[in-house]
Design a binder for this molecule. Structure first.
Ligand code: ADP
Ligand code: MG
Length: 229
């Protein structure tokens, strides 16, 4: 696989976000349309084919949590807004001090519920796939479910059903219901029989899609990180 070989050649221990999303796209997981720019000056030229609103994110091997570093700005309505967001980011101390690969400008995913899909490798059982609701559900409540790969469609459905927050997907408390089928499809593409985790079992130590944004009709992976073994 080219993306993984390329990262290894560069002695990287993980795929960068763009490579991670390209890997997901190869397996049929939807990712946003995007353009990489070196700096604010390139924005007008390189974002012509993107649909606004967009997000801009700093890309740096030194920055794992982009938001914490002030390196994510969502809801930008024009090229001019992207340019000023990039200029403001470059003033952030954590970003000014980092090696910068560039800035990723990407289309906004349709609004929805944020989910997390993860992968890790058990020394005994091999690849495991994980799913949870995003934000505090994963980080504070650890409301996640795991299965050994490969999972079937029924496994994926059960994984969602066993989340404590499962009712949220069905539209609890005035929210809109989101497409559980879209989450199940993404889980199968990652953890199913011909899924990413099994096909690249020798190379991938950990996977973290955080978040997958699920709307009423689909799911888009807007952040992805793959740690190589
Ligand atoms: P990090 O996890 O490194 O801080 P993310 O790429 O996950 O950065 O972006 C932070 C947050 O911004 C996401 O959790 C999501 O809420 C929002 N976001 C990022 N990209 C998009 C996008 N393409 N569409 C909509 N929201 C996005
Ligand atoms: Mg993230």
């Amino acid at each position: 696989m080219k993306l993984i070989a390329e990262a290894r050649k560069q002695n990287r221990s993980a795929l960068d976000e763009q490579a991670g999303k390209a890997l997901l796209a190869e397996f049929g997981v939807a990712v946003p349309q995007s353009a990489m720019v070196a700096g604010a000056d390139e924005v007008g030229q390189k974002t012509k084919s993107l649909k606004f609103p967009v997000v801009v994110k700093v890309m740096s091997p030194d920055i794992l949590h982009k938001s914490d570093a002030g390196g994510v700005k969502v809801g930008l309505q024009s090229a001019a807004e992207v340019e000023s967001a990039i200029r403001a980011m470059m003033q952030q101390p954590a970003i000014a001090a980092a090696r910068i690969d560039g800035f990723l400008v990407e289309e906004m995913a349709p609004p929805g519920q944020e989910m997390v899909i993860g992968g890790l490798r058990d020394p005994q059982f091999g690849p495991l796939v994980m799913v949870g609701l995003g934000g505090i559900f994963v980080e504070v409540l650890a409301d996640v479910s795991f299965r050994i790969c490969p999972i079937t469609r029924l496994d994926a459905q059960e994984m969602l059903a066993e989340l404590k927050g499962a009712a949220i997907l069905k539209g609890a408390r005035g929210r809109k219901a989101v497409s559980q089928d879209a989450i199940v499809d993404a889980l199968l593409k990652v953890g199913g029989e011909n899924g990413l985790l099994l096909r690249h079992a020798a190379d991938i130590k950990e996977a973290d899609i955080n978040p997958l944004i699920v709307s009423e009709s689909g799911a888009v992976a807007v952040d992805a990180r793959f740690i190589l073994s």
